[in-house]
Design a protein around this ligand. Sequence first.
Ligand SMILES: Nc1ncnc2c1ncn2[C@@H]1O[C@H](COP(=O)(O)OP(=O)(O)O)[C@@H](O)[C@H]1O
Ligand SMILES: [Mg+2]
Length: 359
Amino acid sequence: MVNAAIISLGSTSSQWTYEAMKNYFDEVDNLQLKDMEISFSGDKSEVLYRGETIKRYDCIFAKGSFRYAQLLESLTAVLERGCYMPIRSTGFTVGHDKLLTQLSLHQAGVPMPTTYQVSTIEAAKNLMEKLNFPLILKFPNGTGGKGVLYADSVVVANGILDALSALRQPFLIQEFIDTGGRDVRAIVVGDKVVAAYQRVASKKEIRSNIHSGGHGEPISLDAHTKQLCVKAARAVGADMAGVDLMISHRGPVFLEVNLSPGLQGVVSTTKIDVPDKIAEFLFTQTKARNEEIGKEKSQQIFQELEENSEHEMITALEFKGNKIMIPQLITKLTQFNEHADYRFKAKKEYLEISRFDVK
Ligand SMILES: Nc1ncnc2c1ncn2[C@@H]1O[C@H](COP(=O)(O)OP(=O)(O)O)[C@@H](O)[C@H]1O
Ligand SMILES: [Mg+2]
């Protein structure tokens, strides 16, 4: 029995992923992120779902928006030792903050627009004097293109900075990448890009998000760009993600890694069943993890058994055709081998096997 849970805010994409997971796992629960609660006390930490201790799962896929980054981080930190999770717990605060994302991408050697962070509006204004326009000013946790501001002159930039200051809105400053309003969304699943499409901004926009009126077209990426997409997802600790990049004159530059990418745009544009790819990947990773742990456990039992002289084990018998298979643990323990002879003593409901030349 391999079971799983998806913990999300219940978006359409999450619903699709839940449905697809049911085709692979024996049991899947669809849990609402807003109904999760975490308690820490003494040396115990616990995750509650609707007031009850959360069930044990082989796989938990937790996702949500930046507003829930801290909840997601602590939730997954408490649960990640017990199951397979496609996103490392530390990934949530990084992935939901564009500045921390750029920092991680930079450290991983993934190409990106030159990005600046300053602590005060005055420092930003001073910096602007030295930079070339146009520039992008960006909120660290905007989504859907909201929070991306375009400044084509120092006059416009100063106006924006004053407004940001009045709103106490943190921001980062970024080199403007001119691609004629096009960017690429690639869906990374495991070590592959399973689908990618290009988003083209409407004539009145520089932001190509579908939410900002952009439209999608399929695109095929070269092997190098695909590799960088996988690297970008890994840089924030995700096995799966929606990666945003722009194909500039100096090659691909990476903007952000979405831990909970909307799937409608990519599915309708590419006709690729992305939820199925995600579900299949979650299942194979979970099975591999279970097998690994199973192996560790039997090794542990075997070591414990070896230390004693005689062992008893109660288990169902496995047959291959009409021959009995001896359990692996027992086979190992006996150190029986194919070169020696063995004596069988058998009657109804009884079997004894011993080495023939040993008294
Ligand atoms: N440095 C940049 N240069 C040019 N366009 C940009 C830049 N950063 C963002 N954009 C445009 O704005 C869109 C949204 O930016 P992004 O960083 O992905 O934030 P969001 O989370 O809002 O999608 C991008 O898809 C791209 O079209
Ligand atoms: Mg984006």
